[in-house]
Write a protein that binds this ligand. Structure first.
Ligand code: SF4
Length: 293
């Protein structure tokens, strides 16, 4: 781990990553791809030590309140004390400015900050996103070895539900020959139904692989699934899109179950939802004026 003072924190679309790199160890991690031009080891997490200061400054300058998004490129709950302190400070700032939040993590450490998430959700909108890839706990320890398992993330989703916080699940990746089965899909969907998730993002049954990410993935396949790398190489070569043969049947089942349970599944619809700011105080005041009429 190392620290860095960065120049800016919020992107043009109000996204931020408070660190670079990750220690969660997911074998399929796209953030390892060389196209992101990381100049340090992936596990040598770079903590953007001035992130809260920059966020405070950026939000102060905004003429309109907005949704802040975080967690797209690196998990905000990497278990390093300075990182955990930074994400809590950032949430405090977001709450104080009355902004909304869409936060993505695989870690149930987010429950530590439930008080702040609830406060953000009282003024605006808080959306918690997590990833579910496998219903099989033992397989989860192989695919995502250094973070809490699917069952704990399911528990986190239920806690958010019980506290009125909307959740979105990234059901991805479902890896060909590994977790691309109807049994796995049904188990994950059942968790989503029970946790009453708002939406599920699923781009199809498969994975994307590119330089940097592919090498690490293959190294892990060799460690845990002997012969699997050769199977991938034969079938997919150097393709970026690595789609499962079961894609059509499983996606049909996915759409049907989502429709039956009123789960939103169009990725664009969900991205729009996460980017759309809501002012709950203004909505309450409008209701009050409505009552007087
Ligand atoms: S949590 Fe995200 S960034 Fe971290 S290793 Fe897993 S996929 Fe990569």
């Amino acid at each position: 781990m190392h620290f860095k003072e960065v120049k800016g924190i919020l992107s043009a679309t109000n996204g931020m990553n408070i660190s670079r790199g990750c220690v969660h160890g997911c074998i399929y991690c796209d953030a390892r791809s060389t196209c992101y031009d990381m100049r340090h080891d992936f596990e040598d997490v770079e903590i953007k030590i001035n992130a809260p200061f920059l966020l405070e400054d950026a939000l102060k300058r905004k003429r309109k309140k907005c949704m802040v998004g975080t967690g797209a490129m690196s998990d905000p709950y990497i278990p390093i004390p300075e990182n955990l302190a930074n994400i809590r400070s950032c949430l405090e700032i977001i709450e104080r400015h009355g902004c909304g939040l869409a936060i993505q993590t695989k870690s149930n450490l987010i429950l530590r900050d439930l008080d702040l998430l609830k406060k953000i959700n009282e003024k605006s909108k808080c959306v918690v996103e997590t990833t579910l890839t496998t219903y099989d706990e033992a397989l989860c320890k192989i695919l995502e070895p250094n973070v809490c398992t699917t069952k704990a993330r399911f528990g986190m989703l239920k806690t958010m539900r019980d506290n009125g916080i909307k959740t979105i699940v990234w059901m991805s990746p479902l890896l060909p020959f590994i977790n691309d089965t109807a049994e796995n899909l049904r188990g994950l969907l059942q968790y989503c139904i029970e946790a009453e998730v708002y939406g599920i993002i699923n781009f199809g049954i498969g994975v994307t692989l590119r330089e940097g990410d592919r090498e690490y993935f293959y190294q892990k396949l060799d460690e845990h699934f002997p012969g699997m790398k050769q199977k991938y190489q034969r079938k997919y070569g150097n393709s970026y899109q690595v789609m499962s043969d079961n894609n059509n049947a499983l996606m049909q089942e996915f759409y049907t179950v989502c429709q039956q349970h009123n789960i939103v599944y169009g990725p664009e619809k969900l991205f729009t939802y996460m980017r759309t700011y809501e002012d709950k105080h203004a909505a309450i005041q409008l209701d009050l004026f409505g009552d007087r009429d």
